[in-house]
Design a protein around this ligand. Sequence first.
Ligand SMILES: *[C@@H]1O[C@H](CO)[C@@H](O)[C@H](O)[C@H]1NC(C)=O
Length: 235
Amino acid sequence: MVIPIDIIVLLIHLGSPKFQGIQDEECDHLIEVAKDKLQKSMVADSRTGKSIESTVRTSKGMFIRKAQDEVVAGIESRISVWTFLPVENSEAIQILHYENGQKYLPHWDYFQDKANQVVGGHRIATVLMYLSNVKKGGETIFPQSEMKESQLKTDEDSECAKKGYAVKPKKGDALLFFSLHPNATIDPRSLHGSCPVIEGEKWLATKWIHVRSFERKQVSASRKERLQGGNPQST
Ligand SMILES: *[C@@H]1O[C@H](CO)[C@@H](O)[C@H](O)[C@H]1NC(C)=O
């Protein structure tokens, strides 16, 4: 277990009894649910917020409906317990698959555009769950972490991993980091990426958590209230 102190807050083995964590079978279940439905991963255009394809991100992925089965609901409620953030603030889990050099260049999880903040506001935190071991490469790196100079590197680490604080994927591990400071301003040191997979394959589950509820229903309800409250322009 590694607990660096700046941006990476928790690296826990989900199997640890304290968190009644994700077991190997749960990892396998998530992969099983996802593997026939993978599509090219997209990124949000920093100006318009629209989903676009990009060479920056070459993985494949898909979203799993929230609480779509008991295993998923169980993981989601445990994530809420570890992060102290409500389930309703989170997006659906995204399953990602990387192989043969596929990567995600360093990026931030908070949005640069306004359109993506309408529902739920900024993303405050991210939980990455490693669903598989990776033979070589595929590390999560934080190029701006204060810890990057002090982390010892070995031959096991890929060249890419040497460019930041690196977390090697281990099946069942989860990594929590925050994209905002406690005062709710963005934290540029949360910059992170996925190093290219050199050997083997990488399966990852991502949970993005917002500052407010991400349930769309609630947003349209409050919009309706506003309209009913009487907007002179709309009557
Ligand atoms: C918010 O917190 C960060 C980190 O402590 C600090 O650098 C920044 O100046 C703060 N911003 C405001 C507006 O208080």
